[in-house]
Ligand binder design. Structure first.
Ligand SMILES: O=C(O)CCC(=O)C(=O)O
Length: 249
């Protein structure tokens, strides 16, 4: 039985159409705000702990913590990704975006600009660990922006990334704020233009981004020698990538 059948996450024709035409879907519920509140202290403890191989604390913690693995592979997410991308799915990366008060702006960008993937076909889920509002710099997207490749230029020093989408090619009046309660998530793709403001509030905002690829994608550069993909559903008929078993405890 697929995750979509197990969890009743099968997408409607309208939802499929929204993802195809708008480049994102959601917010959708992974768990209740109360349940995310109960998980939060353990997530914070993971973010304070050193990864075993001296990687950055915020990257790929699904490889060393079962709690993060369970979050990233929650059937509410995977079931929807299966509807959009088919059964054969591999977890490539997870990244926490921790925005403490004063944290820098994440510039408008398309993810594929930065990533060592060929072809760059990625489904991302962004899960709200904390409440995420306009006040504490929620994610923003430009609906329909995934239909074009955006030139990227060097970012200014006040930005959280070294490169940013060229603003001459964007209509920011179309931007949508994606406010989320803890435990909600959105799905988007590698070309959906997105952004978050600097965090001008006194409230921290943590999100976990989950990156999933299909087997035809080759990873050209791994994050660390220990970094590998994990099969999260179906099969890997191509065998292009280094794949390890999921955590079991
Ligand atoms: O959380 C943010 O502010 C940015 C997230 C982002 O750029 C991403 O998930 O690709």
């Amino acid at each position: 039985m697929t995750a979509a059948e197990q969890t009743n996450t099968a997408l409607s024709a309208e939802e499929m159409d929204q993802f195809r035409t708008q480049g994102f879907l959601g917010p959708l519920a992974l768990c209740s705000p109360e349940e995310m509140g109960a998980r939060r202290p353990a997530i914070e403890a993971v973010l304070e702990s050193e990864p075993p191989d001296h990687r950055q604390k915020v990257h790929n913690r699904h490889l060393d913590h079962r709690l993060i693995w369970d979050l990233a592979t929650d059937p509410e997410i995977i079931g929807r990704m299966q509807c959009l991308y088919g059964d054969d799915l591999l977890m490539w990366r997870t990244n926490f975006f921790v925005k403490e008060p004063g944290a820098k702006e994440i510039p408008w960008h398309q993810d594929h600009n930065y990533w060592p993937l060929e072809p760059p076909i990625i489904a991302s889920a962004w899960i709200a660990i904390d409440e995420s509002t306009v006040e504490n710099s929620c994610l923003q997207v430009i609906p329909g922006s995934h239909r074009r490749t955006l030139p990227h230029v060097r970012a200014t020093a006040d930005m959280g990334f070294a490169e940013m989408g060229d603003l001459d090619y964007l209509d920011l009046s179309q931007a949508v704020d994606l406010e989320m309660r803890p435990g909600e998530f959105i799905l988007f793709n590698e070309r959906t233009v997105h952004h978050s403001e600097s965090n001008r509030s006194q409230k921290r905002r943590i999100g976990l981004a989950v990156r999933v690829v299909v087997p035809i994608v080759s990873v050209l550069k791994y994050d660390a020698p220990e970094h590998a993909l994990v099969q999260i559903s179906g099969r890997d008929p191509m065998g292009f990538n280094k794949v390890v078993d999921p955590l079991t405890e």
